[in-house]
Design a protein around this ligand. Sequence first.
Ligand code: HXC
Ligand code: NAP
Length: 293
Amino acid sequence: MDYTQKMMQADALKGKTIVVTGGGSGLGKAMTTYFLELGANVVISSRNQEKIETTARELEAQTGGKVLAAPCDVRHYDQVEALVKQANETFGSVDILVNNAAGNFISPTERLSSNAFDTIIDIVLKGTKNCTLAFGKHWIEQKQTQKVVLNIVTTYAWTGSAYVVPSATAKAGVLAMTRSLAVEWAKYGMRFNAIAPGPFPTKGAWDRLLPGNLKEQFDLAKKVPLKRVGAHQELANLTAYLVSDFSAYINGEVITIDGGEWLKGAGQFNLLEDIPEELWDMLEAMIRAKKGS
Ligand code: HXC
Ligand code: NAP
């Protein structure tokens, strides 16, 4: 058994309909693949119709499941309302919303135009708000219960991070929304949780966060105590569990899956891991010699 294997029982999501924003590429595609393998119908959406159509046909052929490719720019509420309608018309109802779509790039903040900052906030925070509000209102109006919203954030939602300030600001808002609605909308039969992934290589993220030879200069695996990046299947395993009925008592939680990366950055003395054993012998002797002084 290893971490790249599939974790859930075969029919764990049978009969569920799941909407995955940004489901045509990267982590959204990995989650979608596993949801289909576990018996769910999946609606994938993004701005690029050709991309999601291609992914939908590929994953239907690979898994035998049903995929609706529904173009939608999450920044626009009218498009999100159309997504709700189309998903319901195709599959009867929607059980689970995964707010995965995101936009990001590295930049010193003073170089950003106001519109550049807004663009990231609009995709990540406003997009998550638009989808959550549209699906949430629909479920409340229809008196449908046992619904799940899963938001994909990052660990810098609570630590903050230089050079990705609009993304950090937006993800922090998404986390606050997750925890707030976990309480407020529990009475309508909805659960809200979040996942904070560490580095999981995808083209979308790597091209924008590690352009050119930054990939070689900043090996993200080195920042992780477990000394590796994440595998898509281990994220898909966690995601499938959190949207399934097996996690029915988990509500308002953010689960970090980063090999210990953010805590390594946080601990004041964590950098001492580079000290070799012989030097520790010497340092211990020096510290012990101070006894009583
Ligand atoms: C400064 C930039 C810029 C850059 C764009 N802009 N790129 N400013 N540096 N590198 C400015 C533009 O000049 C414009 O401002 C404004 O931002 C909007 O740009 P557009 O290209 O018109 O926007 P749009 O076509 O909507 O594209 C959105 C995007 C793009 C975010 C800029 O990168 C995108 O489509 N991304 C989607 C996928 C993605 O980002 N995936 C990565 C998620 S990774 P002006 O003022 O000129 O009009 C992630 C991981 C986090 O979140 C954690 C990892 C460990
Ligand atoms: P990705 O492949 O670039 O995924 C982002 C997706 O969002 C794309 O499919 C994109 O499709 C879609 N999208 C962007 N703007 C949109 C909009 N306005 N409306 C609808 N869809 C839009 O990157 P990824 O690495 O898989 O990221 C997935 C999620 O994981 C994101 O929430 C990201 O913040 C999070 N995350 C990733 C990492 C990592 O290491 N990869 C780490 C922490 C968190 P279109 O361009 O076709 O619209």
